[in-house]
Ligand binder design. Structure first.
Ligand SMILES: O=C(O)CCCC[C@@H]1SC[C@@H]2NC(=O)N[C@@H]21
Length: 254
């Protein structure tokens, strides 16, 4: 039986639950453990994570005072639709961070990083489960460097920064999550009312290096081209010397 789409009529804040933990291994793991009992979209926040994970199997370093949170819900959509939620999360992060720092200092980097004064201030990690044509659940993990710049980060395409280091206002993880969760709920309503094109346009309006030469490192090769757009599936579209390329997964450098 198909699970009810928990975003169909979810209103902020009454239909979103919130769990705050002092400590866990990873809010992604915590979300997966709670998935089978989930009755409503739920934000899981932890003050400390002992095994936080980032994209492509990288560890995520979490000093105290930064935001560690995962939203888990059952969107009842195919995996490709679920994956588009990373753009909703990025738009919501941009909106939330703009409360604490001038928006001109912020930019979105494909696929799902937020840059502040050219450094990485936030990252997004999507995980889902399901064998069938629709995901059983989707979790959107969000890490934001609010008070501290993580140390010992290696192999990152962009050096980390923090809201505080870049001159932003001090904010607690709890207060930031209040703003972020409301902004995310608003993105879901935009998606429901106007479709992904609307979300994509909003994302593109904040994109770093749109129209400029960038390099996408896919793991198999480096593809350099003009950053033209993102397509209906959220792929990065580059105009290269050999034609247009749509790239599904890569790390971007510029
Ligand atoms: O690599 C990235 O840029 C994504 C980082 C995502 C980190 C967040 S922190 C909250 C959630 N729990 C995790 O273990 N990872 C995500």
């Amino acid at each position: 039986m198909a699970l009810p789409d928990q975003t169909d009529h979810a209103q902020w804040p009454q239909d979103y639950a919130r769990v705050v933990l002092a400590r866990t291994d990873s809010t992604m793991a915590e979300a997966a453990r709670r998935a089978s009992d989930l009755v409503q979209p739920t934000w899981i926040m932890a003050e400390t994570q002992t095994a936080a994970r980032g994209r492509r199997g990288r560890p995520w370093v979490v000093p105290p005072g930064n935001l560690n949170a995962t939203l888990i819900f059952k969107p009842d959509v195919p995996p490709a639709e679920a994956a588009k939620r990373s753009f909703l999360a990025a738009n919501a992060l941009f909106q939330a961070l703009s409360v604490y720092v001038p928006a001109e200092k912020l930019a979105l980097k494909w696929p799902n990083d937020v840059l502040l004064s050219g450094g990485k201030v936030a990252g997004i990690l999507l995980e889902s489960s399901g064998q069938g044509p629709r995901v059983d659940w989707l979790s959107i993990g969000i890490g934001v460097n609010l008070m501290h710049v993580p140390e010992g980060v290696t192999g990152a395409s962009f050096a980390p920064t923090s809201l505080k280091a870049a001159g932003g206002w001090d904010v607690t993880p709890e207060d930031f999550l209040n703003v972020l969760a409301a902004a995310y709920a608003q993105q879901e309503m935009q998606l429901a009312a106007h479709g992904f094109a609307n979300v994509r346009d909003a994302w593109l309006s904040k994109a770093a290096r749109l129209g400029e030469l960038i390099t996408a490192r896919t793991g198999r090769d480096d593809i350099t081209g003009i950053f033209e757009s993102i397509d209906d599936d959220g792929n990065l579209v580059l105009r290269t010397t050999t034609g247009m390329r749509a790239i599904a997964a890569a790390d971007v450098f510029f």
